[in-house]
Write a protein that binds this ligand. Structure first.
Ligand code: DGJ
Length: 340
């Protein structure tokens, strides 16, 4: 009996030690990023929201062995932006019968504190089937719409409500921006024209008002509001291949926006990453802005990595330092890059 109790106690001790070991305070850009269960985080092209003290990271679930009849949006939670626990995969069925070879990309979830609903926006695309013998199917990204889904809980289930072209425009890559006053915006790439920023309706279920069109052809759109200036970043249109991401600034979302400048040495092609979001961490001592990017691996998508780094930002300048391991304290807002 005594021996059994000792064994249980020892097992408990080992397990608690393993849990401690699994915790980390270091973000390692470009490396495998294990979740609490030790699996590489699958939240590509993602977005992050904070609700009370919890962060939620939603993204493209691209693990191997998924049921190919569906597309999946992953949901992870964290209290510190470093240690993430996998919660759920939101399973999405094909939202429109006209679609072939369809995709769900860059999902973003907003929390509406008035309706207490979680509202997901996603890029829905694919080949649009021909309906008459003379009509050709479109290209693989010919649908160019957003889809909207709603849930009472952050982890779902989400109900897909509709797909549409925001304000009648084509929409491919989408980005999420919530201003300091809580107003929610969608950034979307309108291929013929550029990069649009639009305000969501009060219930977040529709795209209500265009703030501006930035006439640059950019994907992976992201915005941060820092010290009275808006900084917009995005990448060039090179598919899954990396390119030099750029930024512009404006005192109002309506513009005028400055010209776009490099966020990193252009020859590094953003160190192999593509922007997806900028997170502002306002702590007791400091405000840190994190560049959140994807290092895509087109042939082995499940192994795509993340490049998160605190940026140097202020007075109209934004710079992504050379990636390396760094630590984050969400309470103080301090980020410390570890010098090798
Ligand atoms: C670039 C986009 O940013 C990605 O989200 C994805 O749509 C790829 N193009 C597909 O080539």
């Amino acid at each position: 009996m005594k021996i059994h109790v000792t064994i249980y106690l020892l097992a408990g001790l080992v397990l608690s030690q393993l849990t401690v070991l699994a915790q980390t305070d270091t973000i390692k850009p470009g490396e495998v990023w294990p979740d609490a269960q030790g699996n590489h985080i699958q939240a590509h092209g993602g977005g992050i929201i904070k609700v009370k003290n919890d962060y939620f990271w939603y993204g493209e679930q691209r693990r191997q062995g998924l049921d190919t009849n569906y597309r999946y949006v992953s949901c992870y939670t964290s209290k510190d932006l470093v240690n993430w626990k996998f919660k759920n995969d939101v399973k999405i069925a094909k939202p429109d019968t006209v679609l072939d070879k369809w995709v769900i990309e860059r999902p973003k979830v907003y929390y509406n504190s008035k309706t207490k609903k979680y509202v997901m926006y996603m890029h829905v695309d694919g080949q649009v089937k021909s309906t008459t013998p003379n009509q050709k199917p479109t290209s693989g990204y010919g649908y160019a719409r957003v889809g909207v889904a709603i849930s009472n809980k952050p982890t779902g289930p989400f109900k897909v409500l509709k797909t549409f072209r925001p304000l009648g425009h084509e929409s491919r890559d989408i980005g999420q921006f919530i201003d300091d006053d809580g107003t929610a915006y969608l950034i979307f790439e309108d291929r013929p024209y550029g990069f649009r920023i639009a305000k969501l309706s009060d219930d977040y279920l529709s795209v209500e008002k265009e703030m501006c069109l930035i006439p640059y052809h950019m994907e992976g759109g992201a915005i941060v509001h820092y010290n009275g200036l808006y900084y917009a970043i995005g990448s060039a249109l090179t598919g899954w291949s990396a390119n030099p991401n750029k930024y512009a600034t404006a005192t109002s979302l309506a513009g005028p926006w400055t010209d776009f400048k490099d966020i990193a040495p252009p020859e590094t092609k953003t160190y192999g990453a593509q922007s997806t979001m900028m997170i502002k961490v306002v702590g007791s001592k400091k405000t840190t802005v994190i560049f959140m990017g994807d290092i895509w691996k087109p042939k082995t998508q499940w192994d795509s990595r993340y490049l998160w780094m605190p940026v140097e930002i202020g007075d109209g300048k934004l710079w992504l330092p050379k990636p390396g391991p760094w630590k984050l304290d969400v309470k103080t807002g301090e980020a410390t890059v570890i010098k090798n």
